[in-house]
Design a protein around this ligand. Sequence first.
Ligand code: TTP
Length: 232
Amino acid sequence: DTENVDPQVRTPKKKRSKRIPTIVVEGNIGSGKSTFLQYFQNFSNVIEMVPEPVHKWKDVDGYNTLDMMYKDASRWSLAFQSYVQLTMAEGHKHKAKNAKLKMMERSIFSARNCFVENLYQSKLMPEVDYAVLSEFYDFILQQENTKIDIIVYLRADPLTCQQRIKKRDRMEEKSVPIEYLQSLHDLHENWLTHQTKFKTPAPVYVIDANEDISKLSVKFDEFRDFIFSKYS
Ligand code: TTP
């Protein structure tokens, strides 16, 4: 009976921590997401970055699942994409502690709507694997707080992406063909520009990312001003 409880001794209600506005950075492989994130490292007093998960995918108890997936997608894409999905769920759950905003490279949404979809449509992933991943995805969306506030879409031509991938020379990506980048590009476009099959979970801010980084920084400045005034 709570009526008779002395308010002095009542245990205080647990403080619910407020959800921090979350920015998600999307775009094809090689579109410049890391460069964009690097730029915002300079504002770490305002924006907290969620650690980038690629290094985790390269070492799952000693297994480089990213490399395995590229070498034999039919065999390893379920293991790989399951792990990607897990690390994305962790990223969404991550609470920013010392900043007003949180920024994530990619999201569980692009992993599902672009990469898993691409593997399935190109018949590299069997229907049963796709079905299992999709159910798991739906479950995570019900359980975790995957709410995001804005998507920055770095839109770049597949050829530009290919050049940047070649330049950075990541060992696992040696054999990524232009057709693969083209179909991933189309899936990003369908999702973020045309919104045909999948709904976007937040408003989309598009940046034309074809230009050289020296020119791009002006656009990054513009986005910074936009976001800082929105959440000041
Ligand atoms: P990206 O997440 O696109 O990261 P990036 O470092 O290529 O980004 P940018 O060049 O714009 O800075 O992809 C990292 C690697 O992981 C890439 O080889 C594609 C692969 N990948 C998948 O195969 N499936 C997935 O679901 C995701 C998210 C990535």
